[in-house]
Design a protein around this ligand. Sequence first.
Ligand SMILES: [Zn+2]
Length: 265
Amino acid sequence: MTPFDLMRGTAPLLVSFPHVGTGIPDDIAARLTSAALARPDTDWHLPRLYDFVRDLGASTLVAHHSRYVIDLNRPPEDTNLYPGHDTTGLVPIDTFRKEPLYRDALPDAEEIAARRESYWRPYHAALDAELARIRSTHGVAVLWDAHSIASVLPRFFEGKLPDLNLGTVHGASCAPDLQAGIEAVLRAQRGYTWVANGRFTGGYITRRYGRPSDGVHALQLEMCQCTYMDESPPFEFRDDLAAGVRPILRKLLEAVLNWTAARRV
Ligand SMILES: [Zn+2]
């Protein structure tokens, strides 16, 4: 299994899906618990939910492996992404509900390093190269890092998460008027709760690649999974729910492209 699927588009927009993979190599799977093999922390079905982005001309980068193999949205040296908060690491050892992933021995430093080379580096090399290509073609590149999560996870946050969580590293990862355009779309809709730079301010990908002064702008959208799917196994996609939120996602990405178009006039 290749680590990812990259489809190049024609617009100055790359949509990254780092947590949608479910692939687990056989030698790793053989050591995992049944809780792990259910892959409950996958950002399920996001490419299907975002099925319109190719029509917008966006490039897409879709990870193939589970975040339990390695987490592509964590720094390679595995420092805590959210100091002061409990968080899962580069190579997680438990689920979001603190169920152990491994039946026996945990991955050692050598195994973690090997996974970093096999899965983490190729994804980031592709991300880096595609953003560079887009920026040199269009003069500007926007990275939209697409995520989803169970709406209630006491380990990470109290109560229910807002439906739509925009993260721009408190404004550092994109131009202020781009963020304002996205917030205007969120403010104009009535169906979903939202917050900008609340609990989820942007993970490693948003922080690393968002360099507005270099013409690369990054935004993360962390969505509650209850907006488009069943949050309990077998984690079915819900067309009836998706029909409500998909048009909002489309408006958000159209607002991105309107912003890039205005810059080029
Ligand atoms: Zn995610």
